[in-house]
Each structure stands twice: as structure tokens, then as C-alpha cells.
Write a protein that binds this ligand. Structure first.
Ligand SMILES: NC(=O)c1ccc[n+]([C@@H]2O[C@H](COP(=O)([O-])OP(=O)(O)OC[C@H]3O[C@@H](n4cnc5c(N)ncnc54)[C@H](O)[C@@H]3O)[C@@H](O)[C@H]2O)c1
Length: 344
């Protein structure tokens, strides 16, 4: 049984990946500083898997603290999720983002080197692409970022790739996620943003339960089928399974490889909203407001490389994403006693 260190494993994507890893027979260890997550996530993971995952609360950028975890466990590979992720906030606090996201990546690579761990799966993002000028994004599409968050992913990719190039046996898979949404089917783990949600789906679920009056749809006059922005939404469970596939790939293939994880299908904001209303039987009041600076009109993933190299493809539908997101939102607020009983 391989032991996998998950940095940022208490977060949205990390917690789902932890569950999928355990179901695939891996033994995960989580390190997280809880800067954007709660200790309660550990209980959610345990309720699903019936196992308690070893957890260390630490800042991954703290090399000495991280090295102690490497010293205590024989780690076979690492999945690196730890980082800040809000595009808007990164424009207000660029240094905060560069320091955390880059220092944590470099501290991790140094630790892996010291303890002879050569296999890494890294959370990158479609934000590394020049999506203002390209719609179908392949791994070879020109890269250019419009915000500090995106640059931290761009630079981390470069740092990892340069490092791996000097280690003949080392491997890294740079997973470029599109728009992860939804939640585990149990409703026991999901996305729990602090404050006003920066992403569409958590905003929609908060409107659905009455926490917010209405959704603002940024831009209704884009050159897209219904005028609203188009993105490639991917169910977080599919995304989590992509990490399990990437770990297996990296074991057999030294070197550094970038791979998109998306569905390959573009969905507009309004299509997501109407699908959510239909499958959950709940109204989402919205208003069309001004475009947000820096938002691209439309982009989605070319997914061939993930299918060919990782033997992975997304399986869950937009309906599944909307259903599970709402289920999680209600369950986390105690609105459903019995998770199987969905009255509306
Ligand atoms: N959610 C998305 O839309 C999306 C899209 C593309 C890429 N990503 C990337 O995927 C990764 C995971 O995203 P998520 O949505 O699960 O975010 P998240 O905020 O839910 O999870 C990140 C976790 O990392 C922890 N963390 C942050 N800095 C840390 C540090 N220095 N040391 C230890 N722990 C630290 C946080 O407490 C949190 O639990 C991030 O790197 C993010 O940039 C996310």
C-alpha cells in the first residue's frame, strides 16, 4: 500500500481526492494549515471511509515542520494542493499569493529531494492559458495569465518542471483543472467558502437556501449562445479520480507532463442556473450585471491527453454536479436529517 502525502488535503478538492485515494487502496496523510478549511473535514472523510487519516496542521512553506512529517513516514508520492486560490483576492494582495503559493511549492520540492521522494502531482489550473484569445484549450495552447493567482500556477509549473529535469528518476504531472464543482454524493464533504463565494456554484447554492437574495451574472452580452460566459464545469469526484490516475501514470513515466482535467464541454452560466433549478426544484433569482474585468467569454478543455495518458475521462453530468452541490449545501446546514430524503 503506497503512502501519499496530500498538502492542502482539508480543502475542497484535496478532501475528495483523499476519499478516492483510500477507495483505490492508497494510504494518505494530510498536511494543511487550515487557512481555508476546517478541522471538521477530517470527520467527514472518516464518516465516508470509516478510517481516520493522519493529519498535521502546518504551513507547507515551513520547511522544518514539513521535514518532520517526511521523517516520520515513508512517503511514496505527493499531491500538492496547498495554496491560495481566489483570483480577485490575488489582485488585491499579490505578495500574499506569491509568497504562499511559491514558497510552499519550493519548500515541498526541497523536502521531497532531501527524503528521496520523486513523484509529484500538482494542482495547476486552466488560468495558465491565454483564454482571452483561445476557446478550445489544449495543453499546447499559448499560456498567459491575467492575475497574480494565475502567475503563481504558471511559475510553480516552471519551478517543478526545471527541478524534475535535473532528476532522471523523478516525475511530475501538472494537472490543469477547469471549473471544479459539486460535492461527494454522501453530502459529508464539499466546498465551504469563507465569506462571499468567489465561484459560481457555491453562490448558486447559497441563493438556493436563502442565504443570499440573488445571483449576479457578470455579463450578458458576450459572443456566446445565450450571452453569458461559458466554462467547463467538472464534478469534483471526477477530478479527484483524475489524481488517482495521475499518480499511477507518474509511477511509470519519469519527466514532467501537463494534463488538462475538464469535461471538454462548455456550459454557460445561464445553462447551469436553469439546470440547477430543474434538477433541484428550486428558483434561483438572478440579475445580469456588468462584465468582470479579466473574464474571458468562453473556454473549455481539450481532454484527449487525459484520456490517452491517464486513461481517465469525466463521467458525471451537469445534473449530477447541480444535485450534489445542493445536497451538500443543505446537509451542511442541517436542512436534511436523512441524506436520502430529498423533499424538494
Ligand atoms: N477550486 C478551483 O476552482 C480550482 C481550480 C484550479 C486549480 N485549483 C487549485 O487546486 C488546489 C486546491 O483547491 P481547492 O479548491 O481545494 O482550494 P481550498 O482552499 O479548498 O484548499 C486548499 C487548502 O490548502 C490549505 N493551504 C493553503 N495554503 C497552505 C499552506 N501554505 N500550507 C498548508 N496548507 C495550506 C488551505 O487551508 C486549504 O485547506 C489549489 O492549489 C487551487 O489553486 C483550484
Amino acid at each position: 500500500m503506497e503512502t501519499i502525502l496530500i498538502t492542502g488535503g482539508m480543502g475542497f478538492i484535496g478532501s475528495h481526492t483523499c476519499v478516492e485515494l483510500m477507495e483505490a487502496g492508497y494510504s494518505p496523510i494530510i498536511v494543511d494549515d487550515l487557512s481555508n478549511s476546517s478541522i471538521k473535514v477530517l470527520d467527514g472523510i472518516e464518516a465516508i471511509t470509516k478510517k481516520r487519516v493522519p493529519f498535521y496542521q502546518l504551513d507547507v512553506a515551513d520547511f522544518e515542520a514539513l521535514a518532520q512529517v517526511f521523517a516520520q513516514h515513508t512517503i511514496d508520492a505527493v499531491i500538492h494542493f496547498a495554496g491560495f486560490k481566489a483570483v480577485g483576492e490575488s489582485k488585491e494582495k499579490p505578495l500574499h499569493y506569491y509568497c504562499n503559493n511559491l514558497n510552499s511549492t519550493m519548500s515541498l520540492l526541497k523536502c521531497m529531494d532531501r527524503f528521496g521522494v520523486g513523484r509529484l502531482v500538482f494542482s495547476s489550473s486552466a488560468t495558465v492559458y491565454d483564454s482571452m484569445h483561445h476557446v478550445l484549450l489544449t495543453e499546447e495552447t499559448e499560456r498567459w495569465c491575467t492575475n497574480p493567482y494565475g502567475w503563481t500556477k504558471f511559475m510553480s509549473e516552471q519551478i517543478i518542471s526545471d527541478h524534475v529535469a535535473t532528476r532522471p528518476d523523478a516525475s511530475a504531472v501538472l494537472l490543469r483543472y477547469f471549473n471544479p464543482v459539486g460535492a461527494h454524493e454522501s453530502g459529508l464533504i464539499g466546498e465551504a467558502p469563507n465569506g462571499v463565494p468567489q465561484n459560481l456554484m457555491p453562490f448558486v447554492t447559497q441563493v438556493a437556501v436563502g442565504m443570499r437574495d440573488k445571483l449576479s451574472v457578470f455579463g450578458g452580452d458576450y459572443d456566446t449562445p445565450d450571452g453569458s460566459g461559458v466554462r467547463d464545469y467538472i464534478h469534483v469526484t471526477d477530478l479527484a479520480r483524475g489524481h488517482v490516475a495521475a499518480l499511477a501514470y507518474a509511477k511509470e513515466h519519469p519527466g514532467c507532463q501537463a494534463v488538462n482535467l475538464g469535461t471538454g464541454r462548455g456550459v454557460s452560466v445561464l445553462e447551469l442556473v436553469t439546470t440547477f433549478e430543474r434538477v433541484n426544484g428550486v428558483a434561483i433569482p438572478y440579475e445580469i450585471t456588468a462584465r468582470r474585468p479579466g473574464d474571458a467569454p468562453m473556454y473549455y478543455a481539450e481532454t484527449r491527453r487525459a484520456e490517452e495518458l491517464l486513461h481517465w475521462r469525466a463521467e458525471r453530468s451537469l445534473e449530477d454536479m447541480c444535485r450534489s452541490a445542493y445536497h451538500w449545501q443543505r446537509k451542511s446546514m442541517g436542512l436534511w436529517e436523512d441524506p436520502n430524503e430529498r423533499t424538494r
